[in-house]
Design a protein around this ligand. Structure first.
Ligand code: APR
Length: 229
């Protein structure tokens, strides 16, 4: 079975009501990202960081997958599909996709602030100051903040090397190392970019651009892949 690799960013969840990061005002849901999504922010004001992610988690609880997420589930009937997502929401899971690698963590999980291997499922609940891991340290969001290592990046690079097709959906390709993954695909790989806006695509070969939102654009890319197989 041919392998379809899918790299998603915030844009695939936009039509589910979740805001993208790089809107024109430079703020993320009215917060400056450096006040809430960096290790420095956590050191300075952990309660603010918790509040921010508690709000994002609550918002995600009611969000539903859109046609873009659902089209990727259908694709599993014909292909071996692996999703690599930069998103911390769980909309690929809710849609029913099978193979999902989260690069930047997951909103619905907490982890120990002294042992990154102690990870807990939050089942939609808040994390509060005073909630501790089994080693007695404060729980923090299971999120890869700006300036932190991306633990899954090498696994993602390996996945890229096996791709026959690559779908890039709703990512501004601004944030590294995730944006650099596209350079790992083999020469025969056919790549599709689905985004209503222009993205930096300089070194991507075999590229088809579908300048649309994920809700309609993902199905169009899949149609082309099905004709090509
Ligand atoms: N369908 C598809 N794409 C869309 C849609 C839509 N309906 N609406 C907007 N987009 C596109 C935008 O044009 C933009 O190119 O989604 C992209 C979103 O880009 P970013 O907001 O930069 O999000 P992303 O690329 O996922 O950010 C990467 O940066 O903030 C950090 O860790 C965070 O994972 C995030 C990473």
């Amino acid at each position: 079975m041919k392998k379809v690799l899918v790299l998603t960013g915030a844009g695939i969840s936009a039509e589910s009501g979740l805001k993208t990061f790089r809107d024109s005002d430079g703020l993320w849901e009215n917060y400056n990202v450096y006040d809430v999504a960096t290790p420095q922010a956590w050191a300075k004001n952990p309660a603010l960081v918790q509040e921010f992610y508690n709000k994002r988690r609550e918002q995600c609880l009611s969000a539903k997958p859109n046609a873009g997420h659902l089209a990727l589930v259908e694709l599993e009937k014909e292909f071996n599909v692996q999703i690599i997502t930069q998103n911390v929401d769980d909309l690929h899971e809710k849609a029913g996709s099978t193979n999902i690698l989260h690069l930047h963590g997951e909103l619905n999980k907490a982890r120990s602030s002294v042992d990154e291997n102690l990870i807990y499922d939050l089942k939609g609940k808040d994390i509060n100051m005073g909630d501790f891991c089994e080693k007695g340290s404060q729980l923090r969001p299971h999120i890869v903040w700006f300036g932190e290592m991306v633990p899954n990046i090498e696994i993602a690079q390996k996945m890229m090397r096996d791709a026959d097709y690559l779908l890039i959906i709703g990512t501004s390709l601004n944030v590294y190392p995730a944006a650099g993954l596209v350079s790992f695909v083999p020469a025969h790989c056919k790549t599709f970019l689905i985004d209503p806006n222009d993205c930096p695509t300089g070194n991507i070969s075999n590229l088809t651009t579908i300048k649309e939102g994920a809700g309609t654009g993902v199905s169009k890319a899949i149609k082309i892949i099905l004709q090509d197989m």
